[in-house]
Design a protein around this ligand. Structure first.
Ligand code: PLP
Length: 380
């Protein structure tokens, strides 16, 4: 199998699996218990917090373990309500992940007001338009660091500045950037930052939220006093062990850099443009994640292309995955103003540090074979 869908999830690395195993075996004690057998888990949790803190340059004590990106995002929005209870206005963008957009919908249904800032054709937001939406009633700006479908990066530091000018908080969905691009929570001055372990080779169902030290975070989930009273519920100890190891490995990998993997990916893209024609690279002119390229192929339905790739043992995506297993046409491309037939022709290739030149050659060979075949059925 060639797995080039690493923005959907990543394989668990062998070292990560090793780190998880003791906590599925003899070291099963509840980390909140008072006896010696629990201390191994609580010591491991401190190490994992340190490792994750090092990856995103955040104070480890300000990291709260959660069940993943979706929960961290919901928690961030609730924390804004808890900390700025008299403010009722929220701002996000049209290209956010469903975890943010659906939270925004929920807040609207509860009577809060949400502005959804549009993006331009290259997926970028207008910072002056953002500034214009802010007021002393704005509680939160929630905008991602890197888009999961296009890989396009947002100007996080500038967004944080704009939020702070009006006394609002800035939540940054960091799910796709963590482990793929160096990121400093401190330098970017974000107040809340969401992370998900399975996007950087940890198991699924584990994530974290960074929160600024002065923010209160107790009200949103009633229950026990875990995570220093900031997130109730017995922690996912094996998951935390895995995410800590994965964070450590990701930090080491970032020191080497993505150079080799990016040149494999960009090599495939530029060869396709030359050999096939009618290939459009979304966000080509703007800064993107080093592992993500979203391509549109004239005269091709991505659903058919993905099915043929699957038959050849290649996993890729048309953009966002959906729980039913089918692929919904991308709301991100629609928000960028692409016409419906273009939206339905998208192929996202997202690599990982495990991706190889040999895989790139095979992907290229297959696309060079399959796309002309699909175009011949659809002579537009
Ligand atoms: N935010 C972004 C940008 C994502 O890509 C995802 C997952 O694809 C999420 C949030 C949700 O994360 P999780 O799957 O850990 O709930």
């Amino acid at each position: 199998m060639i797995y080039w869908d690493n923005n959907a999830t990543t394989p668990v690395l062998p070292e990560v699996r090793e780190a998880v195993l003791p906590f599925l075996g003899d070291s099963f004690a509840n980390p909140s218990s008072p006896y010696g057998a629990a201390r191994e888990a609580s010591a491991m949790m401190s190490r994992s917090r340190e490792a994750l803190g090092a990856l995103i340059d955040a104070d480890p004590d300000q990291l709260v373990f959660t069940s993943g990106g979706t929960e961290s995002i919901a928690m961030a929005w609730q924390i804004a309500v808890q900390n700025l209870p008299h403010r009722t206005h929220f701002i996000t963008t049209s290209t956010e992940h469903a975890a943010v957009l659906e939270t925004a919908e929920l807040f609207c249904r509860r009577g809060l007001s949400v502005d959804v800032l549009p993006v331009d054709r290259s997926g970028c937001i207008d910072l002056e338009a953002l500034r214009g939406l802010c007021s002393e009633n704005t509680a939160l700006i929630s905008m991602m660091a890197a888009n999961n479908e296009t890989g396009i990066l947002n100007p996080v530091t500038e967004i944080a500045e704009i939020a702070h000018e009006c006394g609002a908080l800035y939540h940054c969905d960091g799910v796709q950037i963590a482990g793929k691009h160096s990121f400093s929570v401190g330098e970017a001055s974000v107040d809340l930052f969401s992370v998900s372990g399975h996007k950087f080779h940890a198991p699924k169902g584990i994530g974290a939220l960074y929160l600024r030290p002065d923010l209160k975070a107790g009200d949103w989930l009633p229950g026990g006093d875990q995570e220093f009273g900031r997130r109730a519920g017995t922690e996912n100890v094996p998951g935390i062990a895995g995410m800590g190891k994965a964070a450590e490995l990701a930090e080491n990998f970032l020191k080497i850099g993505w150079g080799e993997q990016t040149s494999i990916l960009d090599g495939v893209v530029s060869s396709l443009k030359t050999s096939l024609g009618g290939v459009h690279e979304v966000g080509e002119a703007v800064e993107r994640l080093p592992n993500t390229r979203l391509l549109l192929f004239n005269g091709v339905e991505s659903e058919a292309l993905l099915a043929l790739l699957d038959m050849e043992g290649v996993c890729a995506s048309s953009g966002s995955a959906c729980a039913s297993g089918s692929q919904e046409p991308s709301h991100v491309l629609r928000a960028m103003g692409y016409e419906e037939d273009r939206v339905r022709s998208a192929l996202r290739l997202s690599t990982s540090r495990l991706s190889t030149q040999k895989e790139g050659e095979r992907v290229l060979e297959l696309l060079n074979k399959l796309i002309p075949r699909l175009r011949s059925f659809n002579p537009a």
